[in-house]
Design a protein around this ligand. Structure first.
Ligand code: 523
Length: 153
């Protein structure tokens, strides 16, 4: 109990804004169509701008991961997705956040860079050849997992 309590204090203290009471979960979508996965090029913050990620964002209070993923993809890419199985292992982010990835099936719309600099579809071979330095650090560990999912589609 003490350990749990101390952990809660520590992770809360690690938040950028102590008044921010949102959950510490971030969700990201692996949208896969015709054997290729969509990566989106971040526009912010400066240290991540220009790097490629699985699109997504912070889970809001009271929201499930699936609901957050659906909302973020609607807001950021103007497309409707249905979240499915998880991809890879969760990744610890700075500030006490944890990042989770899920396969997301495209239901309607064409993913468009509404908030990103660009979006691009990658085959497993293209992903394997892609310069890891161009990928958001937290998302790099997922490349083998994504390739495995793509190889199985
Ligand atoms: N990541 C990350 N990879 C990844 C996503 C979707 C997010 O490393 N695929 C990180 C980047 C930020 C944090 O997770 O440090 C929150 O993601 P962000 O900024 O996309 O989520 P927002 O827009 O919901 O966050 P706020 O600006 O705080 O509302």
């Amino acid at each position: 109990t003490f350990v749990t309590f101390a952990w809660m204090i520590a992770t809360r203290a690690a938040r950028d804004d102590p008044r921010d009471s949102r959950p510490l979960d971030v969700v990201a979508a692996a949208i896969i169509v015709d054997g290729r996965v969509l990566l989106a090029q971040r526009s912010r913050p400066a240290e991540l701008a220009g790097r490629w990620e699985l699109p997504g964002g912070r889970v809001e209070s009271g929201e499930t991961h699936a609901a957050a993923l659906t909302r973020e993809i609607r807001e950021e890419l103007g497309a409707e997705v249905e979240p499915a199985e998880s991809v890879g292992s969760p990744v610890a982010l700075p500030g006490g956040l944890t990042l989770y990835a899920y396969v997301a099936r495209l239901r309607s719309g064409t993913p468009t860079a509404l908030e990103h600099l660009d979006v691009r579809w990658f085959s497993a071979d293209e992903l394997r050849l892609f310069d890891a330095a161009e990928i958001v650090p937290a998302d790099r560990d997922w490349i083998p997992d994504l390739c495995a999912v793509l190889d199985g589609t």
